[in-house]
Design a protein around this ligand. Structure first.
Ligand SMILES: NC(=O)c1ccc[n+]([C@@H]2O[C@H](COP(=O)([O-])OP(=O)(O)OC[C@H]3O[C@@H](n4cnc5c(N)ncnc54)[C@H](O)[C@@H]3O)[C@@H](O)[C@H]2O)c1
Length: 345
């Protein structure tokens, strides 16, 4: 249904490569834009874009586009780009984090609503096959209601330590781990538990070896989050040798009559134990190699279906206000050293 849509890419960096590998063959690659021209030219060559730009407004004015993906780095003004899309009547699918402040998030959603433009956020963890299968298992009632859980993710450190190119949000911005990493896990929990959190308590800080290389943002965070009837611990750390990274997180959920274990790096990315059956359950899943492609393709398909008149995207800008409310409450909690109500944006 969506094929033939005219597509534009804004920000031709690291994560944009993942997007393009997953879905550049699905749409008409009209134009791409990066303030660093060689990056745009490389994307034109690799993914077949018709034209390149170094200025977002010039691209939006000169091209007839149906939708764009916004993959610019976090430090640059995502708000300005989303407002330009709204003014041009072009639907934006933006990378997480949607916004850097509550006020920016509110402004983006309001401007897109007013312009009749659809805004969604690439929180693709919800679309990982093992996460969707866990969601289905939880809804089926086979294991009873979830009451306790833990999610662990470790990453980030090996980029600077191995001298690789760093995205500038690691050095320029003072909000890093919770805003860029934990945002995925908070969103995944809202999805898995099909509920909004009531309160949370967060501790966050910076690993000493990150301070030493000029970074200033949080590189670890631990949150205890109360959902109705279910308490979750979310542990996000920075790993100094890079050998034990878990990019997509390891998750364990205890239910009334069983347990669920998710680990996309394991041979069985999802397994569950049923106390009633006294046996393990292994839902059918595609190959692990396909997880990322499936997640991004599903995310963009949900967006183009929404553009074509289908249901609102599960991680629309409006829905994402709930995830960002958790992130900003986590920063406030860490700063105040106290548990806080999550509230809304
Ligand atoms: N969804 C995920 O799993 C995931 C994973 C990693 C990163 N991300 C997010 O993706 C975003 C980009 O991260 P990255 O690692 O690709 O960064 P990056 O630095 O590798 O790439 C960003 C690119 O955007 C360009 N850019 C910056 N401002 C621009 C502007 N105003 N107009 C046009 N181009 C501009 C930069 O020149 C750069 O080429 C971040 O928000 C990050 O949080 C998401």
């Amino acid at each position: 249904m969506a094929d033939g849509l005219r597509y534009g890419l804004i920000g031709c960096g690291g994560i944009a490569r993942g997007h393009m590998a997953a879905y550049s063959h699905l749409f008409e690659m009209v134009a791409c834009c990066d303030i660093y021209e060689p990056a745009a030219l490389e994307f034109q060559r690799r993914f077949g874009f018709g034209r390149t730009y170094t200025d977002v407004r010039a691209m939006l004015e000169n091209e007839r586009l149906d939708f764009v993906t916004v993959c610019t780095s976090t430090t640059h003004d995502r708000l300005d780009i989303v407002l330009a899309c709204a003014a041009a009547g072009v639907h934006p699918l933006v990378e997480k984090p949607m916004a850097l402040t509550r006020e920016q998030a509110r402004q983006m959603v309001a401007a897109c609503d007013e312009a009749g433009v659809k805004l969604a956020v690439s929180q693709q963890y919800r679309n990982f096959p093992h996460v969707k299968a866990a969601y289905d298992l939880l809804r089926s009632g086979t294991l009873g209601k979830p009451f306790l859980g833990e999610l662990r993710m470790a990453h980030f450190a090996w980029f600077p330590l191995k001298g690789a190119k760093r995205s500038d949000y690691f050095v320029k911005f003072d909000k890093v781990m919770l805003l860029n990493g934990t945002v995925h896990h908070f969103d995944m929990l809202r999805f898995l538990l099909a509920a909004e959190p009531e309160r949370l308590y967060t501790r966050a800080g910076q690993a000493p070896f990150r301070t030493a290389i000029g970074e200033r943002g949080d590189t670890w965070g631990i949150s205890t989050v109360d959902f109705p009837g279910c308490t979750f611990q979310v542990f996000n750390s920075t790993d100094c040798h890079g050998g034990e990274m878990q990019w997509d997180g390891w998750t364990h959920i205890e239910c009334e009559r069983g347990s669920i274990y998710l680990n996309p790096d394991a041979d069985t990315p999802l397994k569950a134990y049923s106390a009633d059956l006294k046996s393990w359950i292994f839902p059918d899943l595609p190959s692990r190699d396909e997880f990322r492609t499936v997640a991004w393709q599903t995310t963009v398909r949900q967006f183009t279906d929404w553009i074509a008149g289908g249901p609102e995207h599960p991680t629309s800008g409006r829905d994402n206000l709930g995830t960002l409310a958790m992130v900003f409450a986590a920063y406030d909690s860490a700063e105040q050293g106290a548990p806080l109500e999550v509230g809304s944006i």
